[in-house]
Design a protein around this ligand. Structure first.
Ligand code: G3P
Length: 218
């Protein structure tokens, strides 16, 4: 399973990239708005740091604007994936950009039907938002199961990858991996939690205090 970081925070991106954990990055206008600095500089820097796919999102809502912005976003690097919303214009833009060799991530997916249509349009990734479904009392993980089943049924027709988004905690990651989702995109706080275990901390403390008793270096 690939791990993307769901952030535009350069410090977090560098931190986890230095551990070799990141296969890519996803951003969106809300994530960009949380960062200080010029968004253009931030986008340029992310595409320099990360070798894998970097999703950058359009803000136009109509087809020609999405195409124009998509092409401009692609100038930031060959690893840029253009993120478009799951709308009729978004799908039209997806088809067009894909036909020009520009990969597309269709975002704001909340139903299996939307995922199926985005795949038909040629999307490289579909981004189902599971946390936001959980928030309204629907089981977001069921959506991932349904999309996986549908894509598996038509393996020869679709190369589209399921990019699980709106992840809120480490259990989401385990469940998505059990289902076989291709990618999870994680807020830095979730990736931090995945690293930690209290028994690791206690074990390390014991190792270090036992070694101290030997009164020697290595
Ligand atoms: O990648 C989409 C993700 O950022 C949405 O997450 O937590 O705003 O639902 P959230």
């Amino acid at each position: 399973m690939k791990i993307f970081l769901d952030t535009a925070n350069l410090e977090s991106i560098r931190k986890f990239n230095d551990m070799g954990l990141l296969d890519g990055i996803t951003t969106n206008p809300s994530l960009m708005s949380k960062e200080d600095g010029n968004p253009k500089d931030i986008m340029a820097e992310i595409t320099k740091i990360i070798k894998g796919d970097v999703s950058l999102e359009v803000v136009s809502t109509e087809y020609s604007g999405m195409i124009e912005e998509g092409k401009r976003l692609r100038q930031y690097g060959k690893n840029v994936v253009v993120k478009v919303p799951m709308t009729p214009d978004g799908l039209k833009a997806c088809k067009h950009l894909t036909s020009e060799g520009i990969p597309v991530n269709v975002t704001l997916i909340f139903s299996p039907n939307q995922a199926l249509l985005a795949a038909k349009s040629g999307a490289k990734y579909v981004s189902p938002f599971i946390g936001r479904l959980d928030d309204i009392g629907k089981d977001g993980m069921n959506l991932i199961k349904d999309i996986k089943k549908i894509f598996d049924n038509y393996k020869d027709d679709f190369q589209t990858q399921i990019l699980v988004a709106s992840i809120r905690h480490p259990i989401h990651v385990i469940d998505a991996a059990k289902i076989g989702a291709h990618v999870v995109t994680l807020p830095p706080a979730v990736l931090d939690k995945m690293l930690q275990h209290p028994l690791t901390d206690i074990g390390l403390e014991n190792f270090l205090s036992d070694w101290k008793k030997l009164k020697t270096g290595i």
